[in-house]
Design a protein around this ligand. Structure first.
Ligand code: PEP
Ligand code: MN
Length: 339
């Protein structure tokens, strides 16, 4: 970081700030001129918040020049990370991995039909919510652990991997038992207690972008998981809250490119929660492929009009199958392959 002191700063102010930084293992490279004191701070600043320096009255301006995330940063790990989910399923680099399934697990019949469709259409991972983070407490809340058991059983029946959203830190062991990827939902992206609990989990974590999270906040959330030892983080762009009301959220497609520049972690796109409308999913999926995403997460349902959650954004089975056909046909043009 670069620190500029006020013109009124004294030598004593300077000495105090330099000592503060040196006490934190940092060193200072002085570039002072006759009129202004500016210095560069060298060393690992990951444990120091540059804004803390504004506590010193003599500080005029502090500019960060490196990213606050290290483990997630491409600067320290230039090659793309490939996450091996199961012996047959991986995510990252030139792979384009498709996750699909219902928003909520409603019944064995509904999940079985969905899984059959995912498998036959060429998808890789079955999704299904068992603990649903609903805006209203009166909406369907999910089948809980019974739902996770159904998910495991059904995924195994069709040779698919399984992913589901964890609501809280006390359930990590249960999720490790039943799923191959543990999903952190948008509403929990900055639940640091949960992120720390997942940092020692034995399964990869799919970290959805928070409703109003910046890219840096999102990557810092990934850093939390990685700092505790779990390097297997998959990022998921799921749309952010903007002033626009026509769609449920605004798919931040450029964030997918930004994340690929900033991080080696795979990033996938969830067009379903971004658009909130089933008729936009196919084109947004093509856009995701075009910007180099590592895959998709798409909601499907046997009868969207009667779904217990997110029916408006759920694809019918035939629409999902035709989406898979177009994705497969387009993938090689964008340097990706589906398996
Ligand atoms: C989901 O994927 O089921 C979900 C609730 O998504 P989000 O956390 O992105 O809203
Ligand atoms: Mn949903």
């Amino acid at each position: 970081m670069i620190v500029q002191l006020k013109r009124s700063a004294s030598q004593k102010d300077y000495d105090t700030i330099v000592k503060y930084l040196e006490d934190r293992g940092l060193s200072v490279k002085d570039v002072r001129s006759d009129h202004v004191i500016v210095f560069g701070v060298i060393g690992d600043i990951s444990g120091t918040d540059p804004r803390d320096l504004y506590a010193f009255e003599a500080v005029e301006n502090v500019t960060r020049v490196s990213t606050p995330f290290k483990r997630a940063s491409r600067a320290f790990h230039p090659e793309d990370t490939i996450i091996h989910v199961t012996p047959n399923v991986a995510i990252g680099n030139t792979l384009f991995t498709v996750i699909a399934g219902p928003c909520s697990i409603e019944s064995e019949k509904q999940l079985d039909a969905s899984a059959k469709t995912v498998k036959e259409a060429g998808g890789h991972i079955l999704r299904g919510g068992a603990f649903k983070p609903r805006t209203s407490p009166y909406s369907f809340q999910g089948l809980g652990v019974e739902g996770l058991k159904l998910l495991r059983k059904t995924a195994d029946k069709y040779g698919l991997a399984a992913v589901s959203e964890i609501p809280s830190a006390d359930l990590v062991e249960v999720f490790e038992e039943y799923v191959d990827i543990i999903q952190v939902g948008a509403r929990n992206m900055q639940n640091f207690h949960l992120l720390k609990a997942l940092s020692t989990a034995s399964k990869p974590i799919m970290l959805k972008r928070g409703l109003s999270a910046t890219i840096e906040e999102w990557l810092m959330a990934a850093e939390y998981i990685m700092a505790g030892g779990n390097q297997n983080v998959i990022l998921c762009e799921r749309g952010i809250r903007t002033f626009e009301k026509y769609t449920r959220n605004t798919l931040d497609i450029s964030a997918v490119l930004a994340v690929q520049e900033l991080s080696h972690l795979p990033v996938i796109v969830d067009p379903s929660h971004a658009a909130g409308r089933w008729n936009m999913i196919e084109k947004l999926s093509h856009a995701s492929l075009a910007v180099g995403a590592s895959g998709l997460m798409v909601e499907i349902h046997p009868d969207p009009a009667n779904a217990l959650s997110d029916g408006a954004q759920s694809l019918k089975f035939d629409t999902f199958a035709s989406l898979m056909d177009t994705i497969t046909a387009l993938s090689s043009s964008f340097g990706k392959r589906l398996s």
